[in-house]
Design a protein around this ligand. Structure first.
Ligand code: NAD
Length: 262
């Protein structure tokens, strides 16, 4: 039997990169999948390729858009038992000293709104439906920047440390009914965008010169990760028969940054 038979998942940022790889893997494991993403073009692409995926175009920083995504998921599949907060943006390593103060404040509001606030809004919107299910689960995409320095600038690193706090606090608050965990990918070749207030909205990670070499030389496995490399960990955490006692945990999927020598 597949690991996610009969499970219904809503994935934010599921139209590309890591979220899309998770969506594809969930489908392969027998789950029904809905995605919430701001890119209409990418949502349409996914919905056309998979007629059993519900695509919702919206902004994760809007509570109403999260509620709408939950409603559409339940209308289509009858329930929601896995919520995955994954949509995110990056800061492209902007250092404190290089960012003018007023701009810094606006950039902080933007990145925390997408990377932290939206995870809380999504989990809150999903909560009433999750509580109706057997063995519900919430999973958040963290990052190596949730644990270590230099995986971004202070804005991104602080936002991902914030997500670790969200995982731990919600795991505590929502027990014993709902398990809450995270996956922390390391550098992964995706189309991750930057902060609009820093004029990085059109910057795409995968097109940064030498990005593959940069990523592969910073971890012990010397490996530039691909979105699909992380997808199985979300499957594990969403599967009650395989992770029934796991909550409040973040699984590092980063090529071994934790054992890197100094
Ligand atoms: P990606 O850009 O391919 O995917 C992110 C998705 O989120 C996109 O489809 C985008 O349209 C969507 N999105 C962004 N802002 C949104 C908003 N306000 N409303 C709705 N949708 C929005 O990038 P990715 O690398 O797959 O990123 C997914 C997650 O992985 C992010 O949380 C990111 O921080 C995290 N992450 C990425 C890396 C990496 O190196 N790529 C490493 C560690 C963690």
């Amino acid at each position: 039997m597949s690991w996610l038979e009969e499970r219904v998942a809503l994935i934010t940022g599921g139209a590309s990169g890591i979220g899309f790889a998770v969506a594809e893997r969930f489908l392969a494991e027998g789950a029904k999948v809905a995605i919430l993403d701001r890119s209409k073009e990418d949502v349409d692409k996914v919905a056309t390729a998979h007629d059993d995926v519900v695509g919702v175009v919206g902004d994760v920083t809007s509570y109403q858009d999260n509620v709408r995504a939950v409603q559409k998921t339940v209308q289509a599949f009858g329930k929601l038992d896995v919520f995955i907060g994954n949509a995110g943006i990056f800061d492209y390593f902007v250092h404190l000293a290089d960012c003018e103060g007023e701009k810094l404040g606006k950039a902080f509001d933007e990145i925390f709104s997408v990377n932290v606030k939206a995870y809380l809004l999504g989990a809150r919107a999903a909560l009433p439906e999750l509580l109706k299910c057997d063995d519900p689960s919430v999973i958040f995409t963290v990052s190596n920047s949730g644990f270590y320095t230099s995986g971004g600038g202070p804005l991104y690193t602080a936002s991902k440390h914030g997500v670790v706090g969200v995982v731990r606090e919600l795991a505590y608050e929502l027990a014993p009914k709902i398990r809450v965990n995270g996956v922390a990918p390391g550098g992964t070749i995706t189309g991750l965008r930057g902060i609009e207030k820093l004029e990085q909205g059109d910057t795409v990670l995968s097109t940064v010169p030498d990005i593959e070499q940069l990523m592969s030389t910073t971890n012990p496995l010397q490996y530039a990760q691909r979105p699909a490399d992380h997808a199985g960990l979300y499957v594990l955490l969403a599967s009650p028969q395989n992770s029934r006692a796991v909550t409040g945990v973040v699984i590092n999927s980063d090529g071994g940054l934790g054992v890197r020598g100094m």
